[in-house]
Design a protein around this ligand. Structure first.
Ligand SMILES: *[C@@H]1O[C@H](CO)[C@@H](O)[C@H](O)[C@H]1NC(C)=O
Ligand SMILES: *[C@@H]1O[C@H](CO)[C@@H](O)[C@H](O)[C@H]1NC(C)=O
Ligand SMILES: *[C@@H]1O[C@H](CO)[C@@H](O)[C@H](O)[C@H]1NC(C)=O
Ligand SMILES: *[C@@H]1O[C@H](CO)[C@@H](O)[C@H](O)[C@H]1NC(C)=O
Ligand SMILES: *[C@@H]1O[C@H](CO)[C@@H](O)[C@H](O)[C@H]1NC(C)=O
Ligand SMILES: *[C@@H]1O[C@H](CO)[C@@H](O)[C@H](O)[C@H]1NC(C)=O
Ligand SMILES: *[C@@H]1O[C@H](CO)[C@@H](O)[C@H](O)[C@H]1NC(C)=O
Ligand SMILES: *[C@@H]1O[C@H](CO)[C@@H](O)[C@H](O)[C@H]1NC(C)=O
Ligand SMILES: *[C@@H]1O[C@H](CO)[C@@H](O)[C@H](O)[C@H]1NC(C)=O
Length: 510
């Protein structure tokens, strides 16, 4: 409590010193987890008003504090120097010119269990003209010793009222030897209004704690630790922390997150003016365009593009995190340009509505240093699935051929009646006829294959690689970050980082 008060005082003072409320924000996730001895990355993105001039250099100062206060400065990218404790362990990996102040810390120790804050300084020659920082920083959780487990969760998720939301949670175990037959034996989720979450709302052995949640909250997928919440309302806003018990080779591993996922739930708004066509006709594959406008006078801290399908929404047709894509579309969709959806042929796909969603993190321009997440959805595109024109020609060609064969047959029979003894030709034409009928059977077979993959994919929740302990790293690996902007058909300007997916947590004082 007193820590928060100190923090509040510090921030208000700082606000008074650095005056002008405005678009000065630094975005960091609320927490990351790592095993002792490993390296960890602290994502940090920042924005400042575009009107600011005379900046010659941008410096990132990294601070570490024991509790929630940011504490001492441990690194300064201007001189590349660190304090004794962090000698040779801290480096700037982000490009401050691209508003990226990401820092890496190597050889993590138990004593690094702290809050790390990202502070941005804008210089004109040797004079600091503006500086600001993230208020709460990133909590580093260090798991020490053999056979320890860490959990990975995204820093934030945004959803619209009525959505079904999945909050992913994966574990990794620190073990020298490969552990066979790992399985999640129990899962708990806590929920609350602070990043450290609060009370248990779900326990896999007893279900949701509140009776009214019994039907609504479940574990997503067989054997996973992710949680699924149906029909979310604004009451579901807040922080979710996962905890799990994993059994492997007769050992039990237990852990829970210190910092959770901030679930943001918003109603419908239309600030981004998302535009998508009313209808598109599907041939072999289709591209559905999605255009939107970014705020004129402000850069977003982060941008996310998603495509949902179905009315009511059944799931994601595209999500940067493939695990969250509905099995029907997984591996069959990708983004073209910044936000257009490319869709391959999906067997059994009926006329479906596809909805472009854009999420954005923005620095609030009235309240100092607070970050907001905006999520909006387009009006939807009806994808009409017509028979493939090339298939149609095949069908026509096939019927023409069979008609000719039939006529020939009749003719031959007539000939036979007249001049007997020409059976060979009849057999050949019969063969041809049966050949033209086979494609239909192949079609049925692939439908069956598709369904079995659906089932198996629903149940796979993979454990994330041991090396990628930081959720932002995970994000980077799992997501489609190689968007080719030169192919873009969108007509808006975009931030340089927007194709990439890095989850950041928003930090705010209460
Ligand atoms: C913070 O951590 C340092 C070193 O670990 C320790 O010396 C100091 O007493 C701690 N301060 C508080 C307020 O816990
Ligand atoms: C780095 O060097 C500058 C200039 O000498 C000094 O002011 C600052 O305190 C040093 N920072 C750290 C983290 O040692
Ligand atoms: C910031 O830089 C890091 C390190 O180069 C990179 O992994 C990350 O994707 C960048 N973040 C953004 C938002 O571009
Ligand atoms: C500013 O950046 C330039 C070029 O990157 C560098 O040469 C100069 O030393 C920097 N100045 C300061 C004060 O850091
Ligand atoms: C989950 O429920 C089981 C059975 O009631 C209980 O033993 C366990 O302690 C619970 N776990 C948590 C974290 O509440
Ligand atoms: C989006 O912008 C591109 C390029 O200006 C345009 O070709 C396309 O028709 C637009 N799409 C929509 C749905 O407005
Ligand atoms: C459609 O699929 C057929 C075969 O499946 C292929 O030959 C043709 O090139 C495809 N057309 C397009 C536009 O991709
Ligand atoms: C900024 O925060 C204030 C106070 O919380 C809120 O009223 C306002 O709508 C926010 N501004 C934007 C642009 O969302
Ligand atoms: C969680 O997200 C909401 C919506 O973006 C934001 O208003 C709130 O400040 C966030 N909470 C924290 C502690 O970052």
């Amino acid at each position: 409590m007193s820590a928060l008060l100190v923090l509040w005082l510090v921030l208000s003072l700082w606000g008074a010193v650095w005056g002008r409320p405005g678009q000065y924000c630094a975005d960091q996730p609320a927490g990351v987890e790592v095993f002792a001895g490993d390296s960890v990355t602290f994502p940090c993105s920042f924005v400042f008003p575009r009107t600011l001039t005379g900046i010659t250099n941008r410096t990132i100062v990294f601070q570490a504090g024991n509790i929630s206060y940011c504490g001492d400065r441990i690194y300064n990218s201007r001189y590349g120097n660190t304090t004794q404790e962090y000698q040779g362990r801290v480096s700037l990996v982000g490009d401050p010119q691209a508003q990226n102040g990401t820092i890496t810390l190597t050889s993590v120790r138990t004593s690094d269990r702290k809050n790390f804050c990202c502070r941005v300084q804008l210089l004109n020659q040797n004079t600091i003209i503006e500086q600001w920082q993230n208020g709460l920083g990133t909590r580093l959780t260090v798991r020490v010793g053999e056979n320890k487990m860490t959990m990975h969760q995204p820093p934030f998720i945004s959803a619209l009222v009525g959505d079904t939301v999945t909050i992913p949670c994966h574990f990794s175990i620190n073990s020298k030897k490969e552990i066979q037959k790992k399985s999640v034996s129990s899962v708990q989720w806590r929920f609350g209004q602070s990043p450290s979450c609060g009370t248990v709302i779900y326990n896999s052995s007893t279900g949701a704690v509140r009776r009214e949640d019994r039907e609504r909250i479940s574990v997503a997928g067989e054997g996973g630790a992710s949680i699924l919440i149906k029909r979310v309302t604004t009451n579901d806003r807040g922080w979710y922390c996962c905890g799990a018990q994993v059994t492997g080779d007769g050992q039990v591993y237990t852990t829970q997150r210190e910092r959770g996922t901030n679930l943001t739930i918003t109603g419908k708004t239309d600030q981004m003016k998302i535009k998508q066509p009313k209808e598109v006709t599907f041939t072999n594959s289709s591209t559905i365009s999605c255009n939107f406008t970014l705020p004129e006078d402000e850069d977003p801290l982060w941008l996310g593009i998603y495509w949902m399908f179905g009315n009511p929404r059944e799931g994601f047709a595209y999500h940067p995190h493939p695990e969250l894509i509905h099995p029907r579309y997984r591996g069959k969709t990708r983004l073209v340009g910044q936000s257009d959806l490319y869709l391959e042929e999906v067997i059994g796909m009926d006329n479906t509505n596809f909805y472009c969603r854009v999420a954005m993190r923005l620095c609030n321009d009235t309240q100092q240093n607070t970050i907001e997440t905006l999520l909006e959805e387009g009006a939807g595109t009806l994808l009409r699935v017509n028979a493939d024109p090339s298939d149609q020609t095949k069908i026509i060609a096939a019927s023409v051929v069979s008609a000719i064969i039939l006529i020939l047959l009749l003719f031959i029979i007539l000939c036979l009646v007249k001049h007997k003894g020409m059976r060979k030709q009849v057999q050949q034409s019969k063969q041809k006829k049966s050949e033209s009928a086979t494609p239909e059977y192949e079609g049925t077979e692939s439908v069956r294959k598709e369904q079995t993959t659906d089932m198996s994919l629903y149940t796979t929740i993979e454990e994330t690689a041991r090396a990628s302990c930081d959720p932002s790293n995970n994000g980077g690996q799992l997501l489609y970050s190689t968007v080719n902007h030169s192919l873009s058909s969108t007509n808006h300007t975009s931030s340089p980082d927007s194709g990439k997916e890095v989850f950041y947590a928003d930090v705010k004082r209460n």
